[in-house]
Ligand binder design. Structure first.
Ligand code: AMP
Ligand code: MG
Length: 357
């Protein structure tokens, strides 16, 4: 078993030493976990098919689920894309570096191990000093999915990476908690109209302001079961105990949770909820059974805390978990997408229940 070292980049000297070291590991075909503004990534040299295969092995990831190529600057995009359509240029000018992945026609140097054999490639320029310095030091695009075991919630701290990757990779660069906390928005730029394949912090509303009408992959709206981002078809983001999502108006959540808890009176149930609902439930549940992800409606905080909340009960013997949903507009679309998948689409819709009587 490989020894995994967590490198804390405390000062400028550490920074330079550890970035150089990470660059060397990547150049020689090794894996490095690194922070970005979205979640931690598990990186390999994106031109080295063997190194990319090692990512699939470390994560236990299905081989048809492609990786995203991370670049340090605009010039690297031309090294991995065969063509950059106008809408992609507009998106890059507006949002890159940032939490946005563009699907573009695949360049000839990109191996099948990155794209899962597709004729397109996902490209992202992270808005994070450590990530971009590491890519520059490696001198190549860095292929990376999230640094979790396949199916688990994505890691937003170095500790969460270590939980999943200990003994599987040589190095984790610790950059502290990620600021956004959900993965990048994936936008397919290869058709006549931009299409969102995975919602993220660059919201549909932001994209439409720039480009006009933007499509949502029908699989995200539940209208088709075959998503165009292969990764979205897998059960993902799942905590160890089975999770049920409560959906509906915020005003019904506290009472809705209380009713669901009553039905599960003899079971060990954990709750992931807003501060407001958590405060209300204190009278009915011991404190260690409640995790709060932020204030109702504060979507930025909820996104940033989401995956840590989903991991919070993993060390406790829980029978089941209940999670409070959010609105589905703006950043809420990304949050609810992850919660639906984390729950395996097991939802209780509170407004429906009330209407039924
Ligand atoms: P992760 O960030 O760990 O969720 O993994 C990367 C995500 O990007 C997965 O959901 C992939 O399916 C998606 N992805 C990467 N490349 C492509 C591509 N060429 N076309 C569509 N989706 C892609
Ligand atoms: Mg992932």
């Amino acid at each position: 078993m490989e020894h995994t070292r967590v490198a804390r980049l405390k000062d400028i000297v550490d920074f330079k030493k550890e970035i150089d070291n990470a660059g060397r590991i990547l150049q020689s075909g090794g894996l490095v976990a690194f922070p970005t503004e979205t979640v931690y990534g598990l990186g390999a040299n994106g031109f080295d098919a063997r190194a990319c295969h090692a990512i699939y092995e470390a994560k236990g990831r299905p081989s048809d689920n492609p990786l995203i190529l991370h670049v340090a600057d605009r010039s690297m995009v031309d090294a991995v894309a065969a063509d950059v359509p106008l809408m992609a240029e507009q998106l890059m000018a507006a949002f890159c570096p940032g939490p946005l992945t563009l699907i573009l026609p695949r360049g000839s140097r990109v191996p099948d191990a990155v794209t899962g054999g597709l004729d397109t490639v996902g490209i992202r320029m992270p808005d994070h000093d450590i990530a971009r310095a590491m890519i520059r030091s490696a001198g190549c695009p860095v292929a990376a999915p999230s640094a979790n075991l396949s199916g688990r919630p994505s890691p937003t701290t170095a500790e969460a990476v270590l939980q999943d990757m200990d003994g599987r990779i040589p190095l984790i660069l610790d950059g502290g908690p990620c600021s956004y906390g959900v993965e990048s928005t994936i936008v397919d730029c290869t058709g006549s109209k931009a299409a969102i394949l995975r919602p993220g912090a660059i919201t549909r509303e932001m994209l439409e302001e720039l480009l006009g009408d933007v499509e949502l992959d029908p699989a995200l709206a539940g209208e088709s079961s075959i998503p165009r981002a292969p990764g979205m078809k897998y059960r993902h983001y799942a905590p160890k105990a089975p999770l049920t999502l409560l959906e509906g108006p915020t005003g019904l959540m506290a009472q809705g949770m209380q009713e669901e808890l009553k039905k599960r009176a003899n079971r060990r149930v954990g709750v992931i909820a807003s501060e407001e609902v958590a405060a209300y439930l204190q009278a009915f549940l011991p404190a260690e059974r409640i995790v709060s992800y932020g204030k109702q409606g504060d979507l930025q905080s909820i996104a940033a805390n989401l995956y840590e909340s989903l991991r919070a009960f993993d060390d406790m013997p829980m029978d089941s978990l209940l999670a409070e949903g959010t609105q589905e507009t703006g950043l809420g679309l990304a949050i609810m997408n992850r919660l639906h998948k984390a729950s395996g689409f097991r939802s209780i819709v509170l407004s429906d229940k009330l209407r039924k009587g």
